[in-house]
Write a protein that binds this ligand. Sequence first.
Ligand SMILES: NC(=O)C1=CN([C@@H]2O[C@H](COP(=O)(O)OP(=O)(O)OC[C@H]3O[C@@H](n4cnc5c(N)ncnc54)[C@H](OP(=O)(O)O)[C@@H]3O)[C@@H](O)[C@H]2O)[C@@H](O)CC1
Ligand SMILES: Nc1ncnc2c1ncn2[C@@H]1O[C@H](COP(=O)(O)OP(=O)(O)O)[C@@H](O)[C@H]1O
Ligand SMILES: [K+]
Length: 495
Amino acid sequence: MKILNVNQLRECDQFTIKNKPIFSINLMEKAASESCQWLLKNANPSDDFIIFCGNGNNGGDGLALARLLAQNNRKVKVVVNYGKKFSKDAVTNLQRIPETVPIIDASDFTRGIIRNSTVIVDAIFGIGLNKNIGQPWENVITEINNLSNRVVSLDLPSGLSPDGDKDSSIHVKANDTLSFHFYKKTFFHSETGINCGRIHVLDVDLSATYINEVVVSSFVADDAEVKRIYKARPEFSHKGHFGKAVVVGGSYGKTGAILLAGRVCARVGAGLTFISAPECAYSASLMQVPEAMFEFAGAREIEAINVIEDGEYGIGPGFGRTETARLALENFLRGHSRPILLDADALTLFSSHFNLLSWVPKDSILTPHPKEFDRLFGASPNSFARLELAKEMAKKHQLNIVLKDHHTQIVLHTGEVYYNVTGNSGLAKGGSGDVLTGIITSLLAQKYSPKEAAIFGVWIHGKAADLALKGQSKESLLASDVIESVGKVFNYLSK
Ligand SMILES: NC(=O)C1=CN([C@@H]2O[C@H](COP(=O)(O)OP(=O)(O)OC[C@H]3O[C@@H](n4cnc5c(N)ncnc54)[C@H](OP(=O)(O)O)[C@@H]3O)[C@@H](O)[C@H]2O)[C@@H](O)CC1
Ligand SMILES: Nc1ncnc2c1ncn2[C@@H]1O[C@H](COP(=O)(O)OP(=O)(O)O)[C@@H](O)[C@H]1O
Ligand SMILES: [K+]
């Protein structure tokens, strides 16, 4: 799914009004009606509502919503700012408010009118935010944030900007955000996403022509995207059709890392899996992943990486950071030209020997967590800036960078970014990254392109963690549980 920037969101709105054609007031009615349906379904039957309505079209959505909730016999109040001119459609909806709905001026608002059962609807600002929020809304937002009531924001929490670049210093903290038609970039970055709560994208029937034609560089890796990538396994096939995956690492003390990678590699469907590790990993490998072949790579640390003909490589989990390991990596890279995956220790070795990067085959995949990324390319003040730097580095070095996070960003050297939406905080544990390495390596072996393998692999990883929660909690989830859930992920895909 495409992610539009604020200018494109506006353009889409205008294009829809002109070409569908539809009156802007009816588009607003659709947004309000979808929001009303959502609230009726998701709020408790005894809940009442207070809707804070700004003077622009976000406020207009809120005013229309108040009428619709009242028509559904729900108790509702609205708070508006009479001190400022309303937009044309907001005025129309203000006039349509039934007499039974109390209207309170924002400067008279006190928290005393809010009961425990009141759902707060935030329709103060949407995508039109263009400066820091002043009074009366600053006080109101501070009060809202101090209450423990459920807060539902329309389109996005007031005070945040869709692209995350013009946020007001004060903003609403929502439990749920009802976003109209699209995800917005701001939802996916930790600094801002934390204020958005759960995201629900409501279809407001915008122009399909515009959406198909608009050129964007950011996408959500949603189910539709992943189903386009997934290749079902043909029955008339043999192991030779599904490639050779080689995971390299597992030095003494970190053997588990490479076993996790090797095990999931086999589970994801590689025709043959090789675990290339020091001898100290041999018996554990035999016991834990009997399906994999063992490639001797040293005694207690990686000394040399054997070349397996036509093997696709994932290098890094427990690789070690010694000079011997670094030399082994350099020698391997000098002789290898197909895209590989590099993770963990392998990436850290690059930080101290940046020239190694020039030996990495074009179109390879790096999978750093934020600290590894910063060590490699320099620190960034926040995740938005880190993403921009990742885009620059991906292009410069012709590599794909998987920036691991709650919403992992797959940054392609072509300039495109895919945000992942699967996964949960149960993954915030040692071993999760090793599993991701194994998944992506397995997909590379099965001839998914590096772009496909990165997007699909990150999605599988998160989806397996989500499905594993059926029998586990976020606290108890282990990397091994994620591996055991991979089967459910493919069953979900082939349904
Ligand atoms: N996309 C779609 O398909 C659909 C979009 N729809 C809805 O429209 C929304 C966008 O509406 P919008 O353009 O009127 O902007 P909105 O956010 O209401 O605010 C603008 C107003 O706020 C003011 N203002 C701005 N910043 C301020 C500040 N910091 N502090 C104080 N004031 C500030 C600014 O006034 P100014 O001071 O600039 O004159 C202006 O009056 C969108 O998010 C969605 O909810 C749906 O109805 C239909 C489908
Ligand atoms: N809160 C979270 N929500 C979703 N995914 C997460 C979360 N925390 C971690 N992850 C995922 O778990 C993995 C952790 O990788 P990494 O930090 O390299 O772990 P490891 O300890 O295995 O090296 C990444 O894929 C990351 O996106
Ligand atoms: K809002």
